[in-house]
Design a protein around this ligand. Sequence first.
Ligand SMILES: Cc1cc2nc3c(=O)[nH]c(=O)nc-3n(C[C@H](O)[C@H](O)[C@H](O)COP(=O)(O)O)c2cc1C
Length: 436
Amino acid sequence: MKGLLKRFFLFSVFTILTLNVMAQEKTVQTAGRDQLGEFAPKFAELNDDILFGEVWSRTDRLGLRDRSLVTITSLISQGITDNSLIYHLQSAKKNGITRTEISEIITHIAFYAGWPKAWAAFNLAKNIWTEDTAGNSAKEEFQKKMIFPVGEPNTAYAQYFTGNSYLAPISQEQVNVSNVTFEPGCRNNWHIHKATKGGGQMLIGVAGRGWYQEEGKPAQEILPGTVIHIPAGVKHWHGAASDSWFAHLAFEIAGEKTSNEWLEPVTDEQYTRAQESVRTVVAYFSATGTTAKAAEKIAKETRGELYEITPASAYTSEDLDWHDSKSRSSVEMNDPDSRPEIGGKKLDTENYDVIFIGYPIWWGLAPRIINTFIESHDLKGKTVIPFATSGGSSIGNSTETLKKTYPELEWEKGLLINRSSENEFREWISQAYITE
Ligand SMILES: Cc1cc2nc3c(=O)[nH]c(=O)nc-3n(C[C@H](O)[C@H](O)[C@H](O)COP(=O)(O)O)c2cc1C
């Protein structure tokens, strides 16, 4: 399980196979050698290695989508409507030209290159963008479930999206609000809303099911009514679930010197991992409420569930008196074999992948009831993350002792919550969900 979590953010290694590759990847083409390798080896070599291997690959100067646009325009203008146009129409589709766009492109070409050539090209294009007709009706179906319009293809920002999205301005006064619709699997690139003051964005899910993820954190599901506050400066992405259309309203939050920094696409691997929800529980023992507060903070941050380790017999203030060597806590802590009984319902650890375990530091250690909890629950294969609060002692001794006592468990670094900065806290949380 730890492995799975660690891979949560692994960047995928791109496989370079077809024309449909990310910009700036080298294009690999074998059509020349496959079809003419024997008959015209030099032509095949020039086709595969120079035209595709070099010219098409200079994507840092002109992207694949634009190269497709130039190529199909040129072929149609010459009246070439054989297999090579079919191939290039297919590539154009893979390179992001949508059904609406190709229909517009060919209509445009018709005026410059000739009506009959456009007719011939339309007949081929119609067979390539077929499923998009089905996609269109899925879009119409989705529209029926939503009071806001789907709007127009989001061409202006298409380069920062994987898959097709649509944009409908809802308000351009007081607060800028747009409705953004994503087809299944569509998401925007990692990006940051920048501002010197204020800024950021607020999303409200309106239809379907989608995801929002901040870097280093588990993804959060967005359903109709879910509100997401994206602070300025936070790297994140949002989009549809892989099996659902999705729309959210996007509210631009006023700020000073606001801008958007678009970053790399969310890889398929990151996207898949984001949707494998990591189930988190924050189990804690707290005698006087300090650790309970820390546990709530962690649960909020990780969207985990809370589980209180409740002693069968509650600790009274006399029990907690560390000046008295005969008090219940002193007696228990003096006896490494003491296992105070737990009351209440057992935690069903099967439901979770990540288990935080929190406690107050007692005599530099975890209270013995923590041992009772660990020994009475199956934590094997889970990511176990200790945390504590104390009057001043560090957490180190208690976690070292726990690790030595239960070496079979996958312990992550612990944190003393009431002596840590916000930054330390956030970094520590992300260790469970991010690759090192
Ligand atoms: C029996 C007992 C022993 C304690 N031992 C230590 C200690 O060794 N070092 C320390 O810094 N604080 C110690 N404390 C203080 C607690 O760790 C601290 O108040 C903690 O935040 C209480 O958490 P709680 O409110 O969740 O019970 C002790 C408290 C008790 C009751």
